[in-house]
Design a protein around this ligand. Structure first.
Ligand SMILES: O=C(O)c1ccc[n+]([C@@H]2O[C@H](COP(=O)([O-])O)[C@@H](O)[C@H]2O)c1
Ligand SMILES: Cc1cc2nc[nH]c2cc1C
Length: 359
């Protein structure tokens, strides 16, 4: 894939600095769990979560202090094809709801103790500047992918670099774990197209109801995605071509978040269908990025379970959620922190004077 790099030194440098994660290479995490006053292995996947967290960090010393959920917003020209149950202005209206802290992600992030970073990556209308909003957009949404490329290759690269930049900015006041999140009316359409191309699956397998289409509208959405793929011919061996032709600005930003966080050894908690489409592009660009992914939940959106299988990730939760925003990621961060706290704070057999059958 060398041919995609020359014009993009920042992206190239980020990708080149992503390291493989070795799981508990010295066995220190397992050794510590084995001293705790529990039957061995009885905390199940909570032990796995603490093990992954500390293997990514490369040290057993730190707790989880700085949790941030990035809710990236963008609009999509393909809305003109009637692929969503909601009108485009809901993207802007929901961004304003995030800023006022009244959305589901604000509630769940508060419960988790995470900060929500709301980013305008390409909302179609202008949103007034506000302390709770990062404005990173240079285009007002994508072009209609059913008529031609959603964006230029240059804009696709720029969108990924915008996501990397968000990580670099947020690192400055601490970043221990990130949750991915999205907001964009019609963005399940590009997400299905991306998975269909990169996952080599039929469009009908990758396409679902999104915000709530009926059976007839889903059939129309499938036809629109098939048309977009036929017209644009995205190259499955070139993830940036796929992002440019059938992607979106917030999805590109999510790709950048994945690459930027992996480059700094920060665990990445996936959310639903859209964030996982971004993660699939990131891992196609650099498979080692996948070492940093933890799947929070399997969305109710048709196709998400196939995406997670494609990435080799087992979701922690199955709550039939299909909201996006980072809501599943917020719940996943709670569980990861539960595993980390158990490892750090539980008494050992010795501390608690409990008979240790293993000694
Ligand atoms: O996260 C998911 O799995 C998910 C599944 C269906 C819909 N959504 C959200 O709904 C919006 C996209 O749905 P649609 O029908 O407009 O493509 C967008 O704002 C997403 O965050 C999210
Ligand atoms: C109201 C609403 C809230 C959302 N949050 C994420 N996607 C959304 C889509 C709609 C339509």
């Amino acid at each position: 894939m060398q041919h995609i790099y020359p014009q993009m030194p920042y992206l190239k440098q980020t990708i080149e600095n992503i390291e493989t994660v070795l799981i508990d290479p010295q066995g220190h995490i397992k050794a510590r769990f084995d001293t705790l006053a529990i039957p061995r292995g009885s905390l199940g996947r909570l032990e796995e979560l603490a093990t992954i967290y500390y293997s990514i960090k490369g040290s057993l010393s730190c707790g989880i202090r700085h949790k941030k959920i990035f809710t990236l917003a963008g609009d999509h020209g393909v809305i003109a094809e009637g692929v969503s149950a909601f009108p485009q202005q809901v993207t802007r209206e929901m961004v304003q709801n995030f800023i006022r802290e009244g959305a589901a992600i604000n509630v769940l992030a508060r419960q988790t103790g995470a900060k929500v970073i709301v980013v305008d990556c390409g909302v179609a209308s202008n949103i007034p500047p506000s302390p709770g909003l990062k404005i990173k957009k240079w285009k007002h949404g994508t072009n209609n992918m059913a008529l031609g490329p959603a964006m230029s290759r240059e804009d696709a690269v720029k969108s990924i670099e915008m996501g990397i930049e968000l990580i670099e900015e947020e690192l400055q006041d601490g970043l221990d774990i990130i949750g991915l999140g999205d907001m964009g009316i019609a963005n399940t359409t590009p997400s299905s197209a991306i998975f269909s191309v990169l996952g080599n699956v039929d469009v009908s397998v990758a396409t679902g109801r999104g915000t709530g289409l009926n059976d007839q509208a889903v059939q129309k959405k499938i036809a629109v995605i098939e048309k977009a793929i036929a017209i644009n011919r995205p190259d499955p061996n070139d993830p940036i071509d796929v992002l440019a032709k059938v992607g979106g600005y917030e999805i590109g930003g999510i790709v950048g978040l994945c690459l930027g966080a992996a480059r700094h050894r920060i665990p990445i908690v996936l959310d639903g269908f859209i964030s996982t489409a971004g993660a699939i592009i990131a891992s196609a660009l650099e498979p080692k990025a996948g070492n940093y992914f933890i799947a929070s939940h399997v969305s109710g959106e048709q196709g998400h379970k196939h995406m997670l299988k494609f990435l080799g990730k087992e979701p922690l939760l199955n709550l039939n959620m299909r909201l996006g925003e980072g809501t599943g990621a917020a719940l996943g961060i709670n569980l990861i922190e539960a595993g980390v706290k158990l490892l750090n704070e539980m008494a050992t057999f010795q501390d608690a004077s409990v008979s240790d059958p293993y000694s």
